[in-house]
Design a protein around this ligand. Structure first.
Ligand SMILES: [Zn+2]
Length: 293
């Protein structure tokens, strides 16, 4: 089939809709490395073609989709994941009331062997917990693979991208589903435990202990140039803001906004706490910066 993806000079794996037309796309064939041009004419489906005009290399859409999804997660440094009581426990989160959380990652590696599994991505959360991420299009993890994750006690998430066939591929939609949605994501391990079984398996903590261990609070994610800023509402009504991944430009933007709203920096949490009487104003300013960029 025609190739919809290529490797940009910046080393990003790009879709045909993300580049300029013709040689200006500044891309090479992801398979043979030859310079390609982006054919974006009216007659044929848009695709990349070798500049020498030789036959296209045999590309595989499924592996291309995997590669694209991995790029999106690597660039964002995390993703929103569904939360279940079992998953919360595995991730060391005592508060399981949130239906989803932003899994902020300190590190994400591609195709690393973990025992006999090789997940698409192996993330390490900012709390130091490993999470396997599997991208699925036509083949999904079976019971044997679920058991392998269970044996390793390694939380594993599968992202179902089967809706994105070659003709339905849309960069914005794929990014949204991969990073922000939870409908197409589920935990392979630990699985959702229903009814009484769940209550039995969870440790019961007194409310005060729960409050003390509570890490995941109502959270909003604001995206500036593909980088995430987390805004968490604290029980006091103050808000805590932080750049999810270190990026000098974003850290500086957060600092500027925080200082303008009487924020104080908490070294222990690497975040800025804005007093509640300025919380909405600070939130609005961050949203305004995000939409301006
Ligand atoms: Zn080629």
């Amino acid at each position: 089939m025609l190739s919809l993806f290529a490797l940009h000079a910046s080393n990003r794996f790009v879709h045909i809709t993300e580049v300029e037309r013709g040689l200006a796309c500044n891309c090479r064939c992801a398979i043979c490395g030859e310079v390609v041009l982006a054919r974006q004419g009216d007659k044929r489906e848009h695709h990349f073609a070798h500049s020498s005009n030789i036959e296209p290399c045999a590309s595989n859409y499924e592996s291309d989709l995997h590669r694209f999804a991995k790029r999106v997660i690597l660039e964002a440094g995390g993703l929103v994941v569904p939360m279940t009581a079992a998953a919360a426990q595995a991730l060391g989160v005592s508060d399981d009331r949130a239906s989803s959380i932003l899994l902020a990652c300190a590190d994400i590696k591609e195709e690393i062997a973990v025992d006999d599994r090789r997940p698409d991505l192996l993330a390490t959360t900012t709390d130091g917990i490993g999470v396997a991420i599997e991208i699925a299009y036509s083949s999904f993890c079976d019971m044997e693979k679920r058991r392998a994750y269970e044996n390793m006690q390694l939380p594993a998430l599968e992202i179902d991208l089967r809706a994105f066939t070659p003709s339905a591929f849309d960069v914005t939609q794929v990014k949204r589903v991969v990073l922000e949605d939870t409908a197409c994501k589920y935990w392979l391990w630990p699985e959702r435990l229903e009814g009484t079984a769940m209550a039995e398996q969870l440790p019961t903590l007194p409310p005060a202990a729960l409050a003390a261990q509570r890490q995941f609070l109502p959270e909003e994610i604001v995206t500036i140039r593909g980088r995430w800023i987390s805004i968490k509402e604290l029980p006091s009504g103050d808000i805590a803001i932080k750049a999810v991944r270190f990026d000098p430009e974003i850290v500086s933007a957060v600092r500027t906004v925080a200082r303008a709203h009487y924020g104080r920096y908490r070294e222990t949490h690497h975040n800025w706490v804005i007093p509640r009487f300025r919380a909405e104003a600070a939130r609005a300013q961050l949203r305004a910066i995000a939409s301006a960029m």
